[in-house]
Design a binder for this molecule. Structure first.
Ligand SMILES: [Zn+2]
Length: 219
């Protein structure tokens, strides 16, 4: 049985780490749409040129273009006899329906939809508590609660000041999580109805998250 898989999870839930792990473990072609688009633009191929024109105008890349990129990746994976692991797409119901159509048209199926679930409050705490050393040669990472520096706001290793990345600030993280929830809930219902959805408890050590995912894919 094929293991064509879709991975869903909120920002900060460790989705990227799990995707890499799974791709290696089961020899899946990881299709990360962000990287895919940047790569196509860099290679300046036909799809890349189209994508570039949208980026240049500051517009979102349309779903059909992203889908075309995904299909071309899937076809390359098939040549290598690899199943695919989709990471970062679809993000909403419209995209999921588009994906469904294009998979059907290419005689492909989706076998697993994995959703990493995390407690939003814990996730907020984990992200907003993060502090990073300002010394670029050090880049040590701390957490105010889980791995606090010995002196307030000072790096243990090099005595430089610590700072909080803009991406880690409360308001931004909260609004990104809110958007995720709004867009993802219909997506989750969609795959639940198709009996493809498996939820994974993301509030545990990453090794345990990997083990849970592995068990699902091994069935
Ligand atoms: Zn430091």
């Amino acid at each position: 049985m094929s293991k064509n898989t879709l991975l869903i999870g909120p920002p900060g839930a460790g989705k990227g780490t799990q995707a890499l792990y799974l791709a290696n473990k089961f020899n899946l072609a990881r299709i990360d749409t962000g990287t895919l688009i940047r790569q196509a633009i860099k290679e300046n191929n036909e799809l890349g040129q189209k994508a570039k024109s949208f980026v240049a105008e500051g517009k979102l890349i349309p779903d059909d273009l992203v889908l075309a990129l995904i299909v071309s990746e899937i076809k390359q994976a098939q040549i290598k006899e690899q199943d695919f692991l989709l990471d970062g797409f679809p993000r909403n119901l419209v995209q999921a329906e588009g994906l469904e159509e294009i998979l059907r048209a290419n005689n492909l199926s989706l076998d697993f939809v994995l959703c990493i679930e995390v407690d939003t409050n814990k996730l907020l705490e984990r992200i907003t508590g993060r502090r990073i050393c300002t010394n670029k040669d050090c880049n040590a990472v701390y957490h105010l609660k889980f791995s606090a520096p010995k002196k307030d706001n000072i790096c243990d290793l090099c005595d430089s000041q610590l700072y909080q990345r803009d991406d880690d600030k409360q308001e931004l993280v909260a609004s990104r999580l809110e958007t995720y929830k709004l867009e993802t809930l219909p997506l989750i219902n969609f795959y639940e109805q198709k009996k493809l959805l498996k939820t994974i408890n993301g509030d545990q050590e990453k090794e345990l998250v990997s083990a849970s995912i592995e068990r699902i894919l091994t069935i």
